[in-house]
Design a protein around this ligand. Structure first.
Ligand code: CP3
Length: 391
């Protein structure tokens, strides 16, 4: 099928006068696909039974792309800042069922995204793996005893979610009831290499020299650690799905620090093992993979077997689609900083992304997490425009 209209090659957006209202009423933005001169009218799936996001991933006919934002629960929201004043510890906020549910639902109540992600962190499992850590305001993650030797890795325990993080399961089950299939409840985990980078570096890193020194001088030690994270994250993904997560995103944020040949040794096989193991028991659970700055690795990401690749904003969506091939759905990829722009700019970027992604198997999102200081009314505008789109 070839869709063309005006100057766009896939389908064209009819850009409508921008709405400055932040109400959640449907905006009049429209996308039309012209096929042989007539506007295609896709068969619309009943999204009440299954969340739109799941229908999109499965390639079913949908009326618009589902939309949610990475890090949609967090510091840009005044309501979250109020909770932070009362509960200053990130670990408390993310390990108490009531707080986890309340914070996860904050963006849901205001913006009605099509995905409601659990409020947690990729590092949350570490305590249960015998790796003490904290997340400190202004500093970020801190690993108290960074790992570097075979003996250190021996001390790492396999993660048993039901024992170590029962609050995650409880929160997911409550979220599933609250959201009631009007959106998909999303779980997430960190990928082995990204988790290893935190525990070897001792926290966030700029140049990743410690983990690369380990990788390039004592690879066996790093492989042993990566394997422990792999089996642990398989347990964790299955646990999250069993407790209510309808799709799970794997964050390999720092895999892109590796050259492609090293990605093939230190990340790809473990991601593939996670996907294979999860699919053995949870065949229909969509898995989404995000890696930040992934342009150099793009063709390799679908080799993991994931259902969706989440693109960062440094890749043009049309190029990304072409390079990923037809068998994988795509998520993304508006620059998070676009949300600091004018409403017109935000609208145009949404349209550009949606038009380039094509009218199936696309989840609209940012290219990385939403930034601190993002105006909430711009986030409201983002959702209003996105939810008003019609293919
Ligand atoms: O998307 C969501 O709304 C769910 C919540 C979520 C958090 N962390 C909450 C959080 C998710 C999906 C994450 C994932 C995460 N955590 C990643 C992968 C995504 C990415 O950004 O690449 C990574 C690398 C981490 C590790 C981590 N945790 C970092 C680098 C930081 C930032 C430190 C800082 O102060 O900016 C955190 C802390 C963290 N996790 C915050 C939030 C909302 C900010 C601290 C706070 O709210 O007090």
């Amino acid at each position: 099928m070839s869709c063309s209209y005006a100057s766009f090659s896939v389908f064209s957006l009819s850009i409508v006068p921008k709405s400055t209202s932040i109400s959640r009423s449907r905006s009049n933005a429209n996308i039309h696909c012209a096929v042989g001169g007539t506007v295609a009218k896709p068969e619309v799936t009943n999204a009440a039974a299954e969340p739109l996001l799941l229908n999109a991933v499965r390639g079913q006919a949908i009326e618009r792309p589902p939309v949610w934002l990475m890090r949609q629960a967090g510091r840009y929201m005044k309501s979250y800042q109020i909770i932070c004043e009362k509960y200053p510890s990130f670990r408390e906020r993310s390990e108490n069922v009531d707080l986890v549910v309340e914070i996860s639902l904050q963006p849901w109540k205001v913006f009605r995204p099509d995905g409601v992600i659990l409020f947690s962190d990729i590092l949350t499992p570490l305590a249960g793996m015998n790796i003490p850590f904290d997340i400190v305001k202004g500093k970020g993650p801190i690993i108290f005893n960074p790992l570097g030797t075979a003996a250190d890795v021996d001390q790492v325990r396999e993660f048993i979610p039901e024992e170590s993080v029962p609050y995650v399961g409880e929160a997911l089950t409550i979220l599933r009831k609250e959201v009631n299939n009007e959106a998909a409840v999303l779980g997430f985990v960190g990928a082995p290499f990204t988790l290893a980078s935190y525990v070897v570096e001792g926290g966030s890193s700029k140049n990743f020299t410690k983990i690369k020194r380990l990788a390039f001088s004592q690879p066996k030690i790093l492989h042993a650690l990566l394997l422990k994270f792999t089996t642990s994250m398989v347990n964790y993904i299955k646990y999250q799905a069993d407790k209510g997560a309808q799709a799970v995103q794997i964050f390999d944020s720092w895999a892109t620090e590796l050259s492609p040949v090293d990605f093939e040794e230190f990340s790809l096989p473990y991601l593939k093992q996670i996907v294979d193991s999860v699919k053995q028991t949870h065949l229909n659970l969509p898995l989404i993979l995000y890696a930040s700055g992934s342009g150099g690795l793009l063709e390799r990401l679908p080799l993991t077997g994931v259902d969706v690749v989440s693109l960062d904003w440094t890749v043009d969506m049309a190029d990304g689609r072409r390079r990923l091939g037809p068998d994988v759905a795509v998520q993304g990829n508006v620059d998070p900083a676009a949300l600091f722009g004018s409403k017109e700019f935000i609208t145009n970027r949404i349209y550009d992304t949606v038009q380039k992604a094509g009218k199936s198997r696309h989840i609209l999102n940012l290219g990385h997490g939403i930034k601190v200081g993002t105006p909430e009314e711009n986030v409201a505008h983002f959702f209003e425009v996105a939810k008003g789109i019609r293919y």
